[in-house]
Ligand binder design. Structure first.
Ligand code: HEM
Ligand code: HEM
Length: 128
């Protein structure tokens, strides 16, 4: 697996750990952590492992090359900054709503980057 895939897989395992630990904290009474728990697990664990494996396997299925490893690396940082910011600010709504929206938008840009890179990776480098 290439570097970008491994980076996403490693990050996803990190978020699995943090997210499930947060699940236990919710059970211990910190209910305001629920939204952070949900997104650390669904964006951090589930989506990021899909991004990592997807960047490796989807171009292979398509008989094509990954469109841009450089752009995928930028996607990695955008997605991680967005998620950490989102998880750190969601519990402080409504006080921090403006900041939540900024990190929510960054997270959405990350998702859009994945869609774009994968769509551009579905085309074989040269016609068969
Ligand atoms: C150690 C493991 C986990 C614990 C202790 C835990 C605990 C919890 C708790 C206490 C809630 C709040 C439930 C409520 O307020 O009704 C919750 C919600 C949620 N958890 Fe977990 N969780 C764990 C793992 C996971 C995993 C692995 C995922 C996803 C991959 C996940 C996804 C969710 C989702 C989506 C919700 C929101 C459900 C809703 O909207 O009603 N959790 N979790
Ligand atoms: C693009 C970035 C995203 C933003 C800004 C965002 C934002 C939010 C917000 C503000 C809520 C309401 C939380 C609350 O009421 O406490 C929510 C709920 C939820 N989101 Fe997201 N979300 C995003 C992406 C995702 C993705 C990719 C998934 C799943 C793969 C997801 C799954 C959920 C679920 C299951 C709930 C209900 C959780 C609950 O009951 O507390 N979200 N989201």
């Amino acid at each position: 697996m290439s570097g970008i895939s491994l980076k996403f897989v490693k990050a996803s395992l990190f978020y699995l750990f943090i997210g499930t630990a947060m699940g236990l904290l919710i059970l211990l009474g910190y209910r305001e952590l629920t939204a952070s728990h949900v997104h650390l697990l669904l964006i951090g664990w589930v989506s990021m492992i899909i991004f990592g494996v997807g960047y490796h396997i989807i171009p292979i299925f398509a008989g094509a090359e990954l469109y841009s490893t450089k752009m995928a690396n930028i996607h990695f940082w955008v997605q991680n900054i967005g998620l950490v910011g989102l998880a750190a600010t969601l519990p402080f709504r409504p006080l921090a709503t403006d900041i939540v929206i900024i990190f929510g938008a960054i997270s959405f840009i990350g998702i859009f980057m994945f869609i774009y890179i994968i769509l551009r990776s579905l085309k074989p480098a040269e016609d068969e």
